[in-house]
Design a protein around this ligand. Structure first.
Ligand code: FE
Length: 234
């Protein structure tokens, strides 16, 4: 399996390129509109065909590259089944497995950051945690139908039950990290380690974070797979 984390410095976002080197089929998880050229160039150089763009959730901090990539490559877009995205080709159910060549990508419903958030377990040994679980942190829960209690349940009951050695690849990092493990996060993530559900809800209620700078444009654009602004920017 080819597995490449790609970073957008402007929004601190990780996009993941995952491909079967034998069938040359690829999937991009959480592509960023401004990085579409970078991603296409890399896939061209590696001789890959983009089959799917997969979203962990409808983002508030960046515009997805999915609409533009669909137009340029004909790839399908896949999102969680209850995501408010009218443009998607495929709506994945909880525990549904997406097959990309010989690679198995299992959807794990992990709501709380948003009400339709999924993590994706890749070939059983690494999990793309989106904004549900970040390295030593987690996504905020104060907008987009977020709910702190729901996020606590998702992380502790659906992600922390994975084997300790499972690699954790988040959708963002703000402190220079790129990978962790489930065991490490269970022990050292300050949002969850030794914290009760009630304690987590109290902590998340006191964060008082400013809105993401692109929120007003990003959410409505992403509900259309980023197509509104993709057209305007092209
Ligand atoms: Fe997010």
């Amino acid at each position: 399996m080819l597995f490449r984390p790609l970073f957008d410095q402007d929004t601190w976002t990780y996009t993941y390129l995952i491909a079967d080197e034998f069938t040359q089929e690829a999937v991009l998880v959480d592509p960023v509109l401004e990085q579409v050229e970078r991603d296409l160039k890399l896939m061209n150089e590696l001789g890959l065909t983009l089959k799917f763009c997969l979203e962990t959730h409808i983002h508030a901090d960046h515009i997805t590259g999915t609409g533009k990539l669909h137009d340029l490559t004909g790839c399908e877009s896949a999102v969680p089944e209850n995501a408010h995205a009218t443009c998607a080709n495929r709506f994945l159910k909880d525990r549904e497995v997406l097959q990309v060549g010989g690679i198995e990508i299992e959807a794990i419903a992990t709501p709380g950051h948003t009400d339709s958030h999924y993590a994706y377990l890749v070939n059983s040994d690494r999990v793309l945690t989106g904004d549900a679980l970040l390295i030593r942190g987690c996504g905020r829960t104060d907008f987009q139908s977020g709910d702190a209690g729901t996020l606590y349940d998702s992380v502790t009951q659906r992600l922390f039950i994975l084997p300790d050695e499972t690699l954790v690849y988040p959708a963002h990092d703000y402190r220079g990290h790129s990978v962790s493990t489930i065991g490490e996060e269970k022990r050292w993530n300050p949002r969850f380690a030794g914290r009760t559900r009630a304690g987590f809800i109290e902590l998340m209620g006191k964060l008082n974070l400013p809105d993401p700078k692109k929120m007003m444009e990003a959410v409505p654009a992403n509900e259309l797979c980023g197509k509104v602004l993709a057209t305007a920017l092209r």
